[in-house]
Ligand binder design. Sequence first.
Ligand code: G6P
Ligand code: ZN
Length: 583
Amino acid sequence: MVMFKVSKVETTPFDGQKPGTSGLRKKVKVFKQPHYLHNFVQATFNALPADKVKGATIVVSGDGRYFSKDAIQIIIKMAAANGVRGVWVGQNGLLSTPAVSAVIRERVGADGSKSSGAFILTASHNPGGPNEDFGIKYNMENGGPAPEGITDKIYANTTTIKEYFIAEDLPDVDISTIGVTKFGGPEGEFDVDVFDSASDYVKLMKSIFDFESIQKLLASPKFTFCYDALHGVAGAYAKRIFVEELGAQESSLINCTPKEDFGGGHPDPNLTYAKELVARMGLSKDHPEDNPPEFGAAADGDADRNMILGKRFFVTPSDSVAIIAANAVQAIPYFSAGLKGVARSMPTSAALDVVAKHLNLKFFEVPTGWKFFGNLMDAGLCSVCGEESFGTGSDHIREKDGIWAVLAWLSILAFKNKDNLGGDKLVTVEDIVRQHWATFGRHYYTRYDYENVDTGAAKELIAHLVKLQSSLPDVNKIIKGIRSDVSDVVQADEFEYKDPVDGSISKHQGIRYLFADGSRLVFRLSGTGSEGATIRLYIEQYEKDSSKTGRDSQEALAPLVEVALKLSKMEEFTGRSAPTVIT
Ligand code: G6P
Ligand code: ZN
């Protein structure tokens, strides 16, 4: 057995190591500075309860982006030096964010041990490569991101750090080969267990969904399928699940080889960045496609986000979660006993609210960020949840789950077509969505993003909107001057959330203007950008009349968009005449 010594290395704090919504995200160049990653890792070890470090087992892996392999070796050496007993690494350092959550909750090591947390190495949907982003976040024993109490402590530790511990002489571990390597240190044995990235996750998916019914759907010659991993880590799962388990053709998978730089692309599954899939599905004006597949989906870099498409048809994430919730009990065995409750983030459309009301389900509206769902799930209050930002998931883990969402949709399609696979025409994604609108009404929805806006200007815009909220009659007067055909604002506020589980209060979670007819305008600043400020404007309009649910969404929302832009003085504050991205 190779023995190692522990070195204490002196260091000084770096500015700005404050973990954001989803961990610490910076340019690779920043992470490559001597001691930079080390400081953050030591600050994390120091912030955790001692028994979650000494003698504990932790997971280290991520989406495989550039710098991950170096980071994994550094973290292994530091874990050894800090008295960790075992480190689990997905083969080649690959584990999707949902798979990490599943591994923490489900995996049992050869010696019967379970892990107590994980370093996830990802910057999610941000590009990767030497000049792009790297990221690191810590997840706890429930499989969810560290709560603010811990991330605040980590940050405080980064500001005072003087030393870190590392086993400098520990040889690099071969993370490309499955197996356990044992080392000996001052505190006893230290193991590194390299394991198959997919098997625990696949096992969990098979316990949730009826794979046989999905297989039958995929075997139907009338059903065609396309999955785009955007060269992210979802590729490591797509072949195993869609091809090997479910029998999809290998040609259904595009960009499914994980790459350190995501093939130079922006691994964010939306209509702007998932270009190849969007073209294949017949949704690109520049590249018309004669015969698009019936179903298409994409994931982001770490495979927690998803985009669902039908033939020439886009499903908004807000509709997606509502439709999954409406069909879960019949179509997905995991939910057959009923849903404990459902939840959405505040800017997500109210489509889910209508389903919750119809089905008499507990319903929660939480601030943006998956961590708010975790508390509800741990308390047994929520089974299915989702966000407009292409995140959908359930209480099977404590992260959103891109492949789960695809399997949920395939399950719904399989259920709707179970007596129909031999028929002339399958029930399509579009049919399901239109049927849903006919039953529940439609929430027309769009999001305008203004990226990399001057931070001061963004703050001024928000301050302006808050100030306007003090007088509703004035707001309504301004609005009527812009468009007379929109209804009245009946409530305007800054969204505030009291967590029903721990009682904690989150303030300033976005500006809301709520209209008499159920329409909403929401403005908020992104918490995930890495340069300047990003203003997000969410526009929503509810249409109950089933004869009016088939309109083009941008056209239906045009009056509200005009009101939003003029009321907020968007161009005046930002200098932008158009948003960077519309979803
Ligand atoms: C991450 C979180 C999501 C959240 C999103 C919001 O992806 O995991 O839960 O919805 O960030 O991002 P934003 O840029 O709007 O703050
Ligand atoms: Zn992600």
